[in-house]
Design a protein around this ligand. Structure first.
Ligand code: ZN
Ligand code: ZN
Length: 386
């Protein structure tokens, strides 16, 4: 429901209450305090909430008048100086005076968010959202996808107007095309959506039989959507005007294709970069070697240098995803994991023990991490006084 109030004649009542008293604020209250207080009172006393309550109506009128004066700095100053006698001096509301402010301005401001704004004319079509699951490969390389979308399309029989072929909608007689009518409600003039044309301002006297005057009908629409290379999870692609058709020739809505990228068994994506983990044997880690690693462009060779530690990340430039708005492709980051061998035979274990003895024989440090680690542990225990 929409309610807009128009300024009514200010009736001078003898022995008026003080405006500040009415609003329950001090004489030096700020504009914001006055507004807040009036809003609270208006919510309580509003005639829509108190039908047939004469006292509430009177109190509402009083509060409204107080607010009308106190919310206008010049009128408030005049009131502060002359009190209610300012009325008689033409200070308030007279033609050519400082008044003449349209009350709907105040109420639009105060009640705008309570009653909502009015609207006229046929409504624009709704936006549609389509959730599209794609693979990582499709996201990286892009793809053209055929979508079938259940939607409302413009009626081809009447070209979306809703009026029978050869006729056209006519201006609504009840509201003169404005879409709103004013209804007298006691003291107040309340503006409402025109019930005849339902706010559209036009009526169809001879409706199209194919769409029953709606100008649109349900139908599945096939669309070919280009997914640009580099799209990521959560991206939205907007297709202008591909949403539902508008009412009776009003503009259509938009279609939003919401992208979600499925998990990949090998790669994890972080923006334009891809990450993967590559297990390597401890022999390869020690002696170095070359590995076949998967990339989205196919197989690639990864050179593992000798003495590679576990967790080392190798960057393969340009093997990631392109930025969706163009630019340099990201990288593929391969993290190697050195594996501890399992299921060793007796002989294999013997060879390892022999190797261990050999390693201990020379005075060389073969464990780059552990010596510094043990030193740090030693210091920790000393500091903690264990
Ligand atoms: Zn039609
Ligand atoms: Zn109307």
């Amino acid at each position: 429901m929409t309610a807009i109030f128009f300024k009514t004649k200010v009736i001078t009542i003898m022995s008026k209450r003080d405006y500040y008293e009415i609003l329950g604020v001090s004489r030096n209250a700020s504009e914001e305090e006055i507004k807040k207080s009036f809003r609270r009172l208006a919510m309580k006393l509003h005639p829509d909430r108190n039908p047939n309550d004469k006292v509430a109506e009177e109190n509402f009128k009083e509060a409204r008048e107080a607010y009308e004066v106190l919310s206008d700095s010049r009128r408030r100053a005049a009131y502060d100086q002359f009190g209610h006698s300012a009325d008689g001096m033409g200070g308030f509301g007279g033609p050519g005076g400082m008044g003449g402010m349209n009350f709907s301005d105040i109420f639009g401001d105060i009640f705008g968010d309570i009653f909502g704004g009015g609207r006229a004319g046929p409504q624009r079509g709704s936006d549609l959202r389509y959730n599209l699951d794609i693979s990582l490969e499709e996201a990286v390389f892009g793809k053209t996808i055929e979508l079938t979308i259940p939607t409302l399309i413009a009626c081809d029989e009447c070209n979306g107007s809703g009026a029978k072929k050869g006729s056209s909608p006519v201006t609504c007689k009840d509201c003169g095309g404005y879409g709103q009518v004013r209804i007298q409600q006691g003291f107040f003039s309340v503006q409402q959506m025109c019930p005849t044309c339902r706010g559209k301002g036009k009526v169809i006297s001879d409706p199209c039989s194919a769409c029953h005057g709606k100008g649109r009908r349900k139908q599945s629409k096939k669309l070919s959507v280009k997914i640009p290379p580099g799209v990521d999870n959560g991206d939205r692609i907007r297709l202008n005007g591909e949403g539902e058709a508008g009412e009776q020739g009003a503009p259509p809505g938009d279609l939003y294709v919401q992208i979600s990228v499925k998990q990949h068994p090998i790669f994890e994506r972080d923006g334009v970069n891809l990450h993967c983990e590559v297990p390597i044997s401890f022999i390869t880690a020690i002696l170095g070697g070359e590995l076949d690693v998967p990339t989205l462009d196919g197989r690639a060779k990864l050179k593992i240098p000798a003495e590679t530690q576990t967790g080392k990340v190798f960057r393969m430039r340009g093997m990631g995803a392109p930025p969706v708005r163009g630019g340099t492709k990201g990288d593929l980051l391969c993290k190697v994991l050195v594996e501890t061998p399992v299921n060793l035979s007796h002989k294999q274990k013997e060879l390892l023990r022999e190797l261990e003895k050999e390693l201990q024989k020379d005075k060389t440090n073969h464990s780059p991490q552990s010596s510094s680690w043990f030193a740090r542990v030693k210091k920790f225990f000393e500091d903690m006084k264990f």
